[in-house]
Design a binder for this molecule. Structure first.
Ligand code: ADP
Ligand code: MG
Length: 387
């Protein structure tokens, strides 16, 4: 049954429209977004699809095909952040309800709606199923209420919903990728001002494939780590007299490191400044059509995340080392780390092809006694759209 048919079964009429918004994977530029830095995500073929109708009585009804429980019914005017998730009827409902709240809080005349979502984005794998859910809600409400907001404006509001309403301190990359990505491209995003450029990333045309290895693990260690890394970077910026680490160029890095006395902060600064530089180098290579040369830059990025920022884990390190040993061009963990996914750039076919690399990774996990990873291809896909 299609999402529109499921909607009709639930709410008794066909939806006004159906929208889709993708999950994303970040090619390079990790832990840079809260430092006003650069990121280079691409949208996945996996999407959250929402069938939505406008309601003029101020009632917001939410339903997901992917979580148990029935329809959650909320009064739009009464939405408020900082209340227990249960007050929204279900934990997951805070994401779409938060988007309606954020739009209204920004002064946009959003009323009620009937919403039914179904998503193919794996949840909790670092592929941003949450941003897909937020962005698909945002583009649907924007259109149904004739708001005419730009994609970056919708992304900002979706991020605000996740930060202030759901209570997750995420950066803006995920929502921007889901809202603004283009098929066959990676999205070069400057998180300082949300300016962006579509960078050609047509892997098929050059005989390459990008794999995502979802380790299926999530270590509890990661819970406080994001805030700790963030605070460390802010302390580094203060010590160096800059507003954010983004203001430090790669050529200034050795002198900056020499001025830092705290070894931990020095490592964090080295990661952020060098990863911004790796984004710049990756874009240069992609613009020049030298896609294979991106591989070693990815692996270098992984080493930096593992050794300097220290946000990797045994499973992610194993995915990267096994992929590279099997002839991948390069690989790195992606997302927040401590589990989640890695990306692997490999030849499309041949003895070092993506299938062989994937098989080698699976074998390495089995040999290590780790749970089998889920491996799939990341085809650079379109951002949010009406279907
Ligand atoms: P990630 O964004 O990396 O997948 P998060 O923890 O940020 O992981 O977001 C996952 C949460 O988003 C889920 O626990 C759920 O609350 C919500 N979510 C994502 N997709 C759906 C869906 N299809 N239906 C209902 N809730 C969803
Ligand atoms: Mg998320």
């Amino acid at each position: 049954m299609s999402v529109a048919e499921e909607f009709a079964g639930l709410y008794g009429a066909a939806p006004d429209g159906v929208w889709a918004a993708p999950g994303r994977v970040n090619l390079i530029g990790e832990y840079t977004d809260f430092n006003d830095g650069f990121v280079l995500p691409l949208a996945l073929p996996h999407t959250a699809v929402a069938a939505v109708s406008r309601r003029d009585d101020g009632v917001l009804r939410l339903h997901s095909a992917d979580v148990p429980g029935g329809i959650v019914s909320l009064d739009v005017a009464a939405l408020a952040p900082g209340v227990a998730p249960a007050a929204h009827g279900a934990d997951w409902a805070a994401y779409p309800a938060g988007v309606a709240w954020a739009l209204r809080e920004a002064g946009h005349p959003v009323g009620g709606a009937d919403v039914h979502v179904a998503s193919t984005v794996p949840t909790g794998a670092g592929l941003s199923s949450s941003a897909a859910l937020e962005v698909v809600t945002a583009v649907a409400l924007d259109e149904l209420y004739g708001l005419g907001l730009s994609r970056p404006e919708l992304a900002r509001l979706a991020q605000h919903a996740e930060n202030a309403f759901v209570g997750v301190p995420c950066g803006v990359m995920d929502q921007m990728a889901s809202a603004c990505a283009a098929e066959g491209h990676a999205l070069f995003l400057d998180t300082c001002d949300l300016s962006y450029r579509q960078v050609p990333f047509d892997l098929d045309a050059v005989g390459l494939r990008l794999l995502v290895v979802d380790t299926r693990v999530k270590h509890a260690l990661g819970d406080g780590a994001y805030a700790e890394r963030r605070a460390g970077c802010e302390a580094g910026a203060r010590a160096l007299g800059v507003r954010t680490l983004r203001e430090l160029s790669y050529v200034q890095l050795p002198a900056a490191l020499a001025r830092l006395t705290d070894g931990t902060i020095r490592r964090y600064v080295r990661h952020v400044v060098s990863d911004n530089e790796r984004v710049r180098r990756t874009i240069e290579l992609l613009d020049a059509g030298e896609v294979r040369a991106v591989g070693p830059v990815l692996t270098e990025g992984h080493v930096s995340l593992r050794d300097d920022l220290r946000v990797s884990c045994a499973e992610l390190d194993l995915a990267v080392s096994a992929a590279n040993a099997a002839g991948a061009l390069g690989a790195r963990m992606t997302g927040g780390g401590f589990g989640g996914s890695a990306v692997v750039l490999a030849e499309a076919s041949g003895p070092r092809g993506a299938d062989e690399v994937a098989a080698a990774v699976e074998k390495a996990f089995a040999r290590a006694g780790a749970a089998a990873p889920r491996i799939f291809e990341a085809v650079p896909s379109a951002g949010a759209r009406r279907l």
